[in-house]
Design a protein around this ligand. Sequence first.
Ligand SMILES: [Zn+2]
Length: 203
Amino acid sequence: MLAETIFFCGLTTTNYFSCILSVSYDYFGANSAMAILKVLNFPDPRLRAKALPVEKIDSKVKEIAGNMLDIMYAKNGIGLAATQVNIQQRIVVIDLSEEKNEPLILINPKITKLVGSGTMREGCLSVPDYYDIIERAEYIEFCYKTLDDEVITSNADGLLAVCIQHEIDHLDGKLFIDYLSLLKRQRLKKKIDKQEKLQQKTL
Ligand SMILES: [Zn+2]
C-alpha cells in the first residue's frame, strides 16, 4: 500500500511539473512576441509577403517595435522591417548612431519623393554574409507615424535615405538582392543552397 502511494505521488509530481512548464511556455508564446521573434532568411517565401498598414497604434504595436529594436541591436543591424520577423505590419526600426541610442521607429512609412541616384554597398540581416553595390535614389522625402500617433514628414539623404528605401522595400516583399543581375542572384542562390546542404549534413 505504501509503495503504491509513493509511486502515485511521484507520477503526480512529474505531471504537475510538466503541466507548469507547458503553461509557462504558452503564457510567453501568447503574451511576449520577443519569445518567438526570429529573423527570416532568404529564400524564405514569407519575406515576399506584402505588409498591411497598422490600423491602430496600441500597446501590442509598441511591444513589437520594442522587440524589433532589441533584435536589431542584438544582431548589430542598422534597420529592421517587421516582415523580416514574420509580422506582416508596416513597422520599421532604424538606428544609425554609433552608440545605438537614437532609435527611429516608423509606422506606416511612405516615400513621397525620390530624387537623383547614387550607389552604396548594402547588406541585410535576412541575407547573412552577403554585400553588394545597389543603386537607389540619393534624396527622399517621406512620411510616417510615430508610436505617439503623430504624423511626421521628413527628408533624408546618404545612409538614412538608403536605409529607409531598403526597409520599405521589405514591407513590400522586396529584397536588396532583387536589384542584382540575374547572374549574381543565381550565384548567390547556389551559394545558399550549398550552405544549407552542408548544414543538413552536420545536423
Ligand atoms: Zn534588409
